[in-house]
Design a protein around this ligand. Structure first.
Ligand SMILES: Cc1cc2nc3c(=O)[nH]c(=O)nc-3n(C[C@H](O)[C@H](O)[C@H](O)COP(=O)(O)O)c2cc1C
Length: 237
């Protein structure tokens, strides 16, 4: 039988930015999209606009339905396998547009429930640190699961220069940090979706097994994982 290439499941990231257009935080998301396209197989980031959302108001809900722009936004969040946040810090908290978007998508059905999430944000001082912890706190109630590491705190005003005036990220070190966050988010998402990293490939092959050949690849992959575990146990690690 010809050797089968391992197919990486495609993970869809819904990216949100609570900031103005030519902003540092929008620049981080744009850079994340480029990094995923160029160097992270199996990860696809879609930028979701939150600007058109009205200010949250339960009077806009009619018989459990929402304004069309809100319904469309909620669908986009539901479609994402995970969430990437970027937003400036406003008075030690999230920016109002981002909180507004979070609140809309939390209305029934809660579109955030059980989704892995990560934060990449830029600001002054502590680099959006305080509001990152606020966002994590909000995530508890809406059942988001944030990756713990790596942390990403970027002081946008410190030298060397990180951004062009139009918000384009130019700092290679920051790009590498974004890549590490994305890889961690991808691995965590695969683990939550398909089980631990030893068996997600097996589960994936089972899901796509349309015939005995792909099923046999799944079983071989699973057996291989079992052998690795048994050998490690024999060696005592
Ligand atoms: C209303 C308001 C409140 C702010 N509060 C904070 C703050 O608490 N901490 C901080 O580091 N920067 C604060 N800033 C500065 C912004 O975080 C900073 O300008 C950031 O770069 C904006 O990000 P952007 O380029 O993505 O818009 C505040 C700015 C505004 C407009």
């Amino acid at each position: 039988m010809a050797a089968s290439a391992v197919v990486q499941p495609m993970i869809k990231v819904a990216a949100l930015c609570g900031s103005r257009k030519a902003s540092y935080n929008r620049g981080l998301v744009n850079s994340a999209v480029q990094i995923a396209n160029e160097s992270i197989p199996g990860l696809q980031i879609e930028f979701i606009e939150i600007e058109p959302l009205p200010f949250i108001n339960k009077d806009l809900e009619v018989n459990g339905t929402y304004p069309p722009v809100v319904e469309a936004f909620k669908c986009k969040i539901l479609e994402g396998d995970n969430i990437l946040f970027a937003s400036p810090e406003y008075n030690y908290s999230l920016s109002p547009p981002l909180k507004n978007a979070i609140d809309w998508a939390s209305r029934p059905p809660n579109c955030w429930a059980d989704k892995p999430a990560a934060i990449i944000s830029a600001g002054g001082g502590f680099g959006w640190g305080r509001s990152q912890y606020h966002l994590r706190q909000v995530g508890v109630y809406i059942d988001l699961h944030f990756i713990n590491k790596p942390d990403f705190f970027l002081n946008a005003f410190q030298l060397p220069k990180k951004f062009e005036s139009d918000g384009t990220l130019i700092d290679p070190h920051t790009k590498e940090n974004i890549k590490q966050v994305l890889l961690s988010l991808q691995a965590f998402t695969l683990r939550l979706k398909y089980g631990n990293k030893r068996n997600w490939r097996f589960t994936y092959f089972l899901l796509v097994s349309h015939n005995s050949q792909t099923l046999s690849v799944a079983i071989k992959s699973f057996n291989h994982s079992l052998m690795v575990i048994l050998k490690k146990k024999e060696k005592g690690n």
